[in-house]
Design a protein around this ligand. Sequence first.
Ligand SMILES: Cc1cc2nc3c(=O)[nH]c(=O)nc-3n(C[C@H](O)[C@H](O)[C@H](O)COP(=O)(O)OP(=O)(O)OC[C@H]3O[C@@H](n4cnc5c(N)ncnc54)[C@H](O)[C@@H]3O)c2cc1C
Length: 381
Amino acid sequence: MNQHANEKHVGIVGAGLMGRMMAYYLTRHDYHVHLFDKDDRGGSSSCGLAAAAMLAPISEADKASSIVVKLGLASIPLWQNIVDELEAPIFFQQAGSLFVSHPQDETELTQFIGKISRDWSNQFQPLDQQGIAELEPALANRFKHGIFLPAEAQLANDEWYIAVAKALDNKCVTWHPQTKVKNIAPHVIRTESKTFDFNWVVDCRGLGAKDAIPALRGVRGERFRLYAPDAQLNRPIRLMHPRYHIYIVPRPNQEFILGASEIESDDMSPVSVRSTLELLSALYSLDAAFGEARIVETVVNCRPALPHNEPRIFHQPGLLQINGLYRNGYLVAPAIAETALQLMGTNNSNRNCSNHFTSTTSYSCLFSDIVSPINDEDFCQ
Ligand SMILES: Cc1cc2nc3c(=O)[nH]c(=O)nc-3n(C[C@H](O)[C@H](O)[C@H](O)COP(=O)(O)OP(=O)(O)OC[C@H]3O[C@@H](n4cnc5c(N)ncnc54)[C@H](O)[C@@H]3O)c2cc1C
């Protein structure tokens, strides 16, 4: 018999991106939340802190399925609401993304346009040299053709991690930092020293959940944080090149996030010389103002991916496993959290929640594409 019968007690394992998002949504619905992580409260080893945190559904549409793109389009307004609601300031902007390629590499851009045109032709605008210069004066006269994706957004994930932790403290969430969870079962979380009972357990361990979801794999990503006082970009820029597609994402205080490699491996060792040379020389070719930039930080982490590179919620009564966020964790997390709440029997129109959080209708048709029973044989063998 569950000791919390008729109450709303949830234990979340993993205080990375998805764990924090679930804790935030659940506290808005008056759940009592315990949040476990094997590391510190800052989430310093989580993949979510390594991310560039672009909300870029159409930029991803050449590789990602339409499921991911639709979840992403639904999540952008949810992110705006989350940021507005949190007390601590978070840099968030919806200024679109810009794709460019050097004249000799224009086939890359043409191929990308070809791939996204069929389903998403209303989501981008072709640009000529003048159009590029109007959006990004620093890139004037460097590129002849580009495309602009106006719906896309970005946020500062380091600020979000801090802001959401503060909001969870205000909601009296019980944190269990430096607590490695040994075993997870419906209603039950076991650590080295203790067993906890809950109405629901939510497993958000990312790659740490490989014991429960054997099909999980890591996809290594390397990225740089730069301080570039001479550079001036207004929005995320993607440079299409035959060997690598880089992105450069402006942040407040003249900082920029440069990324990101994509290597099929769960190797967490430091950034390689090859990636450093390729990413930084591509950046310099985009804008020579980065020549005097300072490399403030290099970061490596591995994205948790399922075979089809789509997110999944595995469920049975008393237990949810949310995983497979791959390179789109920020992009899809709010929509995934809303779906998870539905599975837990929580009505998103709860009177304590403002209506702007009820966007599920725009992607509710995807429910069966992102929800599976636990031990689904496609992922557990
Ligand atoms: C370089 C890079 C750039 C990226 N850029 C973007 C981007 O621009 N946009 C986007 O949408 N996505 C991006 N991503 C992807 C995004 O970061 C991931 O999809 C997301 O972080 C996955 O979230 P998660 O919560 O599943 O895992 P994580 O964020 O890794 O969180 C898992 C947590 O579980 C904890 N944990 C694991 N095992 C245990 C255990 N046994 N006990 C207790 N705690 C445990 C870990 O310590 C960790 O804190 C990027 C990723 C990388 C690497």
